[in-house]
Design a protein around this ligand. Sequence first.
Ligand code: UN1
Length: 511
Amino acid sequence: MDSFKEVLTRLDLKENNDGVTDGENWFGSGTQVPVISPINGKEIAQVKQGNQKDFERIIQSSVSAFRQWRLVPAPRRGEIVRQFGHALRKHKDALGKLITIEMGKSIQEGWGEVQEMIDICDMAVGQSRMLYGVQTHSERLAHRMFEQWHPLGVCAVITAFNFPVAVWAWNTALALVCGDTILWKPASPVPLTAIACVKILQQVLRDNNTPAGIATLITGRGSEIGDLITTDRRIPLISYTGSTRLGKHIGKVVGERLGKTILELGGNNAVIVTPSANLKLAAQNVLFGAIGTTGQRCTSTRRVIVHESVFEEFKDILVGYYGKVTIGNPLDENILMGPMVNTKAVETMMTAMDTIKQQGGRFIVEGSRLSGPSYPGGCYVKPAIVEVEPDLPIMQEETFAPILYLIKYKHYIKEAIKIHNSVPQGLSSAIFTENLLESEQFLCTEGSDCGIANVNLGTSGAEIGLAFGGEKDTGGGRESGSDAWKGYMRRQTNTVNWSGATILAQGIKFD
Ligand code: UN1
C-alpha cells in the first residue's frame, strides 16, 4: 500500500498547497487549513484557501479566457478533452487512492470515480461533433428557420465531498466542448483531489496553447466563496451538488438575477421488492446501495419497501450479507466499507439513530460507532438496518449515513409505489420483480416519481450515458449524458429571409 505521501507526490501535491488558481498561477490569500484523512484522523497536507480578492482575480481570468475559447471550433475543444481523458487514465491509480485517502470511500469506488471521469470525457469528445440544433420549415415563403447553440460563458461548479471529482468532470467535460470556461469550488473536506485534477487538466490545456483561465479553482468556506459565486452576474450558470437546504438558497439567489442553475440535491431513494423478485439479487443490490460510499451517495438506497409475503426471507438474506461486510481501511482492497467523511458525519448518524428509536423504529442491525486500533480517527461506523412503519417522520429526511429502513407493504404494487413516492425527494428508485406488469407499473406515468427508475438493479451507480438528476426536492437539474449538454449553452432561434419582400408571420398585413 502506498503511503499518503507517495500518493501526494505522484500527483504533484506537497505538504503545503495553494488552493486557488486563475488557470496559470497558483496562490491563496485566505486561511491555511489542514486536510484530515478519515482513514486515521491524521493530517494529509495543508491548503491555503482563497478569499474575495482571489475570487476577483480568477473570475477576471475566466471571463477573458472565455472570449477566446468560445471561438475555438467545438471538435478541436473535444480533442483537448480527449487528451484530458487520456491523462486521467495515466493517473487513475493515484487519483483513486487520493479520493479514498481524502474522503474514505473504498478504493474500488475511488478508482470507479476516476473511471466515471474518463467515461464522461469519452462521451464529451463525441458530443463535440454533435452539438445539434433543429431546423424547421418556415410558414413564410423563402424563409429559413433553425436553432443554434452558442457557448454560455463562465460556468461555476460547486461540488460535494462524496464525489469529490466525478461531478466536476461531468460538468467540465461537457462545458469545455460547449465552449465555456469553468470555475470550480470543491467541497471543503476534499480540496486535494480537486487541486490534483485541475493540475492535470491545466497541463493538457498548456500543451495545446489555450488561453489561461479555462480551468480555474477556488477552495474556501462555502459561506464566503459560495456567496461570491452565486451573486456574480459574470457567471451565467451555477451547477450545484449538495443539500436541498443550500440548493434552495442558491436557486433563490441565482434566480433573483435570472441566472441559470443545475441543481443536484438530496435523494431519499427506495427499492421495491415484490413477491416475484429474485431475493438474493435484490439483497446484493440493496447492500451495495446502502453501504457503498458508507451510505454517503446522493443515490444511496435508504428505504426498501418489501411485500409482506417475502419480507422475512428478504430480511434474513440481507442481514446475512450485512454480517459479512468488511469495515476498515478503505485502501485495503478487501475492505467493502471505509469510514464516514468526518466525525461530524458520524454525529449526524448517531443523532438520527436516537430519533429513529424515539419515533418507534425497531433496529434489526444496530448501527454504532466503531473504535479500537483497527478503527482510528473516530469516523468508522457499523451500518444499521431498521424496521419501520411507512409513516416514520424521520424517513422524510435524507440522513447521509448507512441507515437502511425496511418497510412492509401488504397488497398491491400501487400501495408500494404510493409509499415510495411519499417523500419530498425524487432522485433514484428501483424495483426488483420478475413480473413484467409490475415493472411497467413502476415505470409508467403513475409509477416512480424519480429522475432515475431502474428494474432489477440498485439505485446507485448510474452510468454516464444518460441524464443524471432528479425531481421534487432533488432540484430538477440534469447532468452527464443524453442532452444535458444543452444546459451549458445558450439557444438561439434564427430566421433568414431570402425572399426580398417583407412577409409577416401569422398573416399580418402591414402596408
Ligand atoms: C452523487 O452521489 O452525488 O449514480 C453522484 C451514482 C454515481 C454518481 C453519484 N454515478 O451513484
